[in-house]
Design a protein around this ligand. Structure first.
Ligand code: LLP
Length: 465
């Protein structure tokens, strides 16, 4: 339990280390705040060399604040860990569902990372950010004909999920210009995470049942318009155990072997994403390097056992690449004290900019960013502003005494916040700024009321006559 506000520059706890000690060494998924977080001379939280209160004054509230250094560090740690632990070729791809926008894609692409997209919209965003199609992999359990055609036209690889897709792709592609595909399967591996974000168990909507693989392989082999590249599986998200991915490496190599036995050529093996991050002090995920090392060793060992050449090993992290790189800053508004029961402190956002607490009961760590050295003095519940009782960002958390106008920051909001944001209650989505070495740039405009009604149409017959 924290007894003081996080004094970011001078205590020894995990998210409070001095800058000099963190850069490069610390695994961003193991700390709560971005690597560059510190307290400045005004007793304010600073991220990327920018005072958070000034960022709010400049860009408005609430605001997503993305720390470029943390994002780049995660990318490099993934890339370098694969190079260190895997003797064969490797490729890290970013699961862009975690946060897809032009600037995020551009930063990640510049670190040599590829992209997992799951819709025509994510594909369009990634292409428009300048990513070449040979680094893009198109996922999804129900891709439309139009999306598959789009994927084919751009030249990206399709992660085939089901028979319908195999049929549609066979009709779209030609033997002269075959479409590269990887086959997604449900490996039957359980992991401990929220039911909604588990995908590897057999009762999942994603991927082929492994019992059908022999049939799938034979089907592909007979169709020269399909260029089989390899296999894919993703077992779930926000996982702290290493064992499931070690097991996955082992079983996937066995299935690669049966693909080869069916007469297919195998280039790649994609073991998905899933590494967890720290949202609160209680979270204890392995580091990026530990996770990558464990997965690589399992694949290398299985390949040795089965006497197979090493495939190109791919992984597609989302959360652990970007989750810890962003914080959301809010302004404190109203307060409701219910004697003997609870005190609600409301902020100017909530479930529309961060739907994770209401969807998955996810926990988050707040910081009072404009009085960093203030002692924790009360237990409050941080509520959002939406017309829904469940719109609570953080239940029963300790904070210094807050006042209207204070700046409250929620840590670890880089993954699945903006990307799952909505306009519930017609609340405009916040702006986002990227910060680095004291410079802040807008990467997402704040939505306006005009944006909210841009797609509305009022048929003449419904107008007041
Ligand atoms: N690959 C595939 C095929 C996936 O489905 C996912 C996530 C990933 C990679 C990336 O997983 P990560 O490294 O981020 O754990 N909205 C939920 C998370 C849903 C994850 C969906 N798939 C949340 O907010 O927790």
């Amino acid at each position: 339990m924290l007894l003081t506000q996080p004094k970011i520059e001078n205590t020894g706890s995990q998210y409070l280390q001095p800058l000099s000690e963190v850069a490069g060494e610390t695994s961003p998924n193991q700390i709560l705040a971005p690597l560059t977080a510190r307290v400045n001379h005004r007793d304010h939280l600073e991220v990327g060399g920018c005072d958070v209160t000034e960022l709010l004054a400049q860009f408005g509230s609430p605001l997503y604040i993305l720390d470029e250094q943390t994002l780049r560090t995660s990318c490099r740690q993934y890339r370098d860990s694969f190079l260190r632990h895997y003797p064969g070729e490797s490729q890290v791809i970013y699961a862009s569902k975690a946060w897809s926008c032009l600037a995020v894609c551009a930063v990640i692409a510049s670190e040599g990372i590829g992209f997992d997209v799951v819709s025509g919209g994510e594909l369009q965003t990634t292409l428009q950010a300048g990513v070449s199609a040979d680094r893009i992999y198109f996922h999804g359990n129900n891709k439309s004909q139009a999306e598959l055609q789009f994927a084919y036209d751009t030249g990206c690889t399709v992660m085939v999920d089901n028979w319908l897709e195999l049929e549609m792709l066979s009709a779209i592609a030609t033997p002269q210009a075959p479409i590269p595909i990887m086959v997604r399967l449900t490996p039957g591996i359980e992991c401990h995470t929220h039911e909604y974000i588990r995908t590897g168990h057999l009762d999942s909507k994603f991927g082929f049942d492994p019992h059908q693989l022999a049939q799938v392989f034979a089907w592909i082999r007979d169709r020269p318009q399909l260029k089989f590249i390899g296999l894919h599986a993703h077992i779930g998200s926000q996982i702290f155990e290493r064992q499931p991915h070690q097991d996955l490496g082992g079983v996937m190599v066995e299935w690669l072997q049966s693909a080869i036995a069916s007469g297919l050529q195998v280039e790649s093996l994609n073991i998905g994403g899933g590494l967890g991050i720290c949202y609160t002090e209680a979270d204890d995920p392995p580091s990026i390097d530990e996770w990558v090392g464990a997965a690589c060793r399992a694949v290398v060992k299985a390949c040795e056992t089965h006497n197979l050449p090493l495939p190109k090993l791919m992984s597609e992290p989302g959360r652990s690449l970007i989750g810890s790189a962003c914080v959301t800053a809010y302004t404190v508004g109203s307060r409701k004290e219910i004697p003997g029961l609870r005190t609600y402190v409301a902020v100017d956002g909530g479930m529309s900019d961060n739907p994770r607490p209401i969807t998955y009961q996810s926990l988050y760590q707040p910081i009072l960013a404009n009085r960093m050295s203030a002692p924790l003095s009360e237990t409050v519940t941080v509520a959002g502003k939406h017309c829904e009782s469940g719109d609570v960002l953080i239940k029963d958390t300790q904070l210094p005494k807050t006042q209207t106008g204070d700046v409250l920051v929620v840590l670890g909001t880089g993954a699945y916040n903006y990307s799952m944001a909505s306009n519930y209650n017609r609340i405009p989505r916040p702006a986002a700024a990227i910060v680095n070495e004291g410079e802040a740039n807008l990467i997402l405009e704040r939505e306006t009321y005009a944006d909210l009604i841009r797609q509305d149409r009022l048929p003449d017959r419904l107008r007041d006559r």
